[in-house]
Design a protein around this ligand. Sequence first.
Ligand SMILES: [Zn+2]
Length: 289
Amino acid sequence: MLKTIQILGSSSGLVKPQTTSCCRLSFISSISTKPFSSCSRPTNLLFPGPSARRTRFGAFSMSSAHSGSNPAAPSSSSSSSSTVVQSVGNARKINFCQWCGGPTKHEVPDGEEKIRAICTVCDRIAYENPKMVVGCLIEHDNMVLLCKRNIQPSYGLWTLPAGYLEIGESAAEGAIRETWEEACAEVEIVSPFAQLDIPLIGQTYIIFLARLKKAQFSPGPESSECRLFALDDIPFDSLSFSSMVVTLKLYAEDVKAGKVKFHYGTINKRPGTSPSDINAYTLDHHMQS
Ligand SMILES: [Zn+2]
């Protein structure tokens, strides 16, 4: 379940993670309280071993897609004499300790360089780290499976089945689970397809190529519709997030070039563009196998 996701993979300096009292990050008004799934869970979440993988992964090569530095500087800072000290993520918004409930102070811990929320009672430091989003790009009869979101954000827009990785599962297992939850589709992983980092909002996407075990799918609770799209029919104007635009464009380019590769890249927002413009991104540091 992608309970919480970026509005604009490249853009969302305006959509900052909020830290809750538990270990899970959430985003503005995007917490889902829906039941786990209306589908019956698959009995086997295993995926094929290396022998089933489509490709081997050799050394990466840089593409020409590099387009400059990350425009997404951390949002808050404070100055101390001649140096500027940056806080990390939402450190300044963390006012209470997640372990003991005590009030926090916002200082630079000894030996560090950035402002953190430090508990004034138990002295623990609330480090924030990026979240991993996992999902599947499902190929079937030269088409790909997309889900229309039945929840905010990006209600009514199309996405690959994807969501936050849970503690205790591998990235591949999480991608299979998310696919089941959002598309009631049993899939097996073919190969990793893309890792896309979105530093601005602290997310990393891992997208796997997958295939349907059975040619069956239907919308789960977070989807209003699931459909197979031919490459030329992918609704690029109605996709939910920049990460999906990037993933599907890379995939379509690969298929048309005759070889599906593995891609790594960093999605950054183009300066001065609207947060709601999912095409206002740059794919930086793009490497492919
Ligand atoms: Zn504490």
